[in-house]
Design a protein around this ligand. Structure first.
Ligand SMILES: CC(C)(COP(=O)(O)OP(=O)(O)OC[C@H]1O[C@@H](n2cnc3c(N)ncnc32)[C@H](O)[C@@H]1OP(=O)(O)O)[C@@H](O)C(=O)NCCC(=O)NCCS
Length: 177
């Protein structure tokens, strides 16, 4: 494949990344503007890193980013009571959080998403990884399950998100096919 998967300076390429996310995930202009500020803030967190999938012509077609979980972060405070209720609260410690993973629809189903998430977690110092995904049978959920992620909590409600999420966790390194 004529693609390079490698480190991405997400702050410098935030608009390209959000353009991918907007078409992959379905974000309107207002949501993109909100996400832009969130992404720029996330990239200031200790250990935050991103990888991109870029064509030979320099077009970004997919990206992933994440960071070591910090219980003080907004995401962690929302999921914590749900995980505690299931006896999985310990997953919030020593865990690498996958914050976003998106591949442009024209480039999906070619192994790019799998490659992005396995590559970023392979270089994590933490022994496990957690993430949240819309709680439905989606390609994302199927991919995460095949990598060893299992459900830690379901029907998790984030303020302002219209759909409930599942929180998933996997030991690192992620499972290979
Ligand atoms: C989830 C996403 C990043 C996967 O990227 P991708 O490059 O298409 O995925 P890959 O080709 O690496 O992985 C394929 C795996 O995903 C799953 N998958 C991909 N497309 C699928 C589909 N249409 N139906 C069911 N499962 C599918 C399968 O488990 C597949 O494994 P396989 O190769 O063994 O069949 C991509 O579909 C996407 O951007 N979706 C929209 C945004 C989104 O939901 N992001 C995740 C937010 S939590």
């Amino acid at each position: 494949m004529d693609l390079v998967i490698g480190p991405l300076d997400l702050s410098a390429h935030v608009d390209e990344a959000l353009a991918v996310q907007a078409v992959a995930f379905g974000l309107g202009a207002e949501e993109v503007a909100v996400r832009r500020q969130i992404v720029l803030r996330h990239m200031t967190h200790p250990g935050a890193r991103a990888l991109g999938a870029t064509t030979r012509q320099g077009r970004l077609v997919g990206f992933v980013y994440g960071m070591p979980n910090d219980r003080a972060h907004w995401w962690s405070t929302i999921v914590e009571p749900y995980l505690r209720a299931e006896g999985h609260e310990g997953w919030l410690d020593d865990s690498f959080v996958i914050t976003e993973l998106h591949v442009h629809p024209d480039w999906q189903n070619r192994g790019i998403g799998r490659s992005l998430i396995t590559t970023i977690t392979d270089s994590a110092a933490e022994p496990r990884s957690i993430l949240s995904a819309i709680d439905t049978d989606s390609p994302a959920r199927a991919l995460y399950r095949s990598l060893g992620y299992r459900d830690l909590a379901r029907q998790v409600l984030f303020p302002s998100a219209p759909k409930p999420y599942a929180v998933m966790g996997a030991p690192l390194p992620l499972r290979r096919r």
